[in-house]
Design a protein. Structure first.
Length: 119
């Protein structure tokens, strides 16, 4: 196969005017199916990373009074942060899978209509 030809066609398709709104609707449905999982993953990931960082700072004495009690609290908070960061990706995958199931019929139907028009 001529890879240059495939590459040129891919770029041409990207710049070709989309005369049907079905392609735009398909892209919107795809984004809608993935957006809830992405928003959750980023938000939860950032929060858990901050919890982990707070635990590290407490255990090292950067914040707090540097006592043994604060170190123990910092270790506990850090473990909670590690656990949260660790479960983030499996939760993301599950949310994405459920969301894809929810929109699968509409997306497949619209993709089939677009592919039939192209023939």
């Amino acid at each position: 196969m001529n890879t240059d030809k495939i590459y040129a066609e891919a770029i041409a398709n990207e710049y070709a005017p989309k005369d049907t709104s079905k392609v735009v609707a398909l892209k919107k449905l795809d984004r809608k199916a993935k957006s809830k999982a992405n928003i959750f993953a980023y938000t939860f990931g950032v929060i858990m990373a901050l919890v982990l960082g707070t635990g590290m700072c407490l255990s090292m004495g950067v914040i707090g009074d540097g006592s043994t009690a604060m170190m123990v609290v910092g270790i506990i908070v850090g473990i909670i942060g590690i656990a949260g960061v660790s479960v983030n990706y499996p939760i993301y995958r599950k949310l994405l899978q459920n969301s894809k199931k929810q929109y699968a019929f509409e997306i497949m139907q619209l993709a089939k209509e677009i592919s039939e028009e192209a023939e």
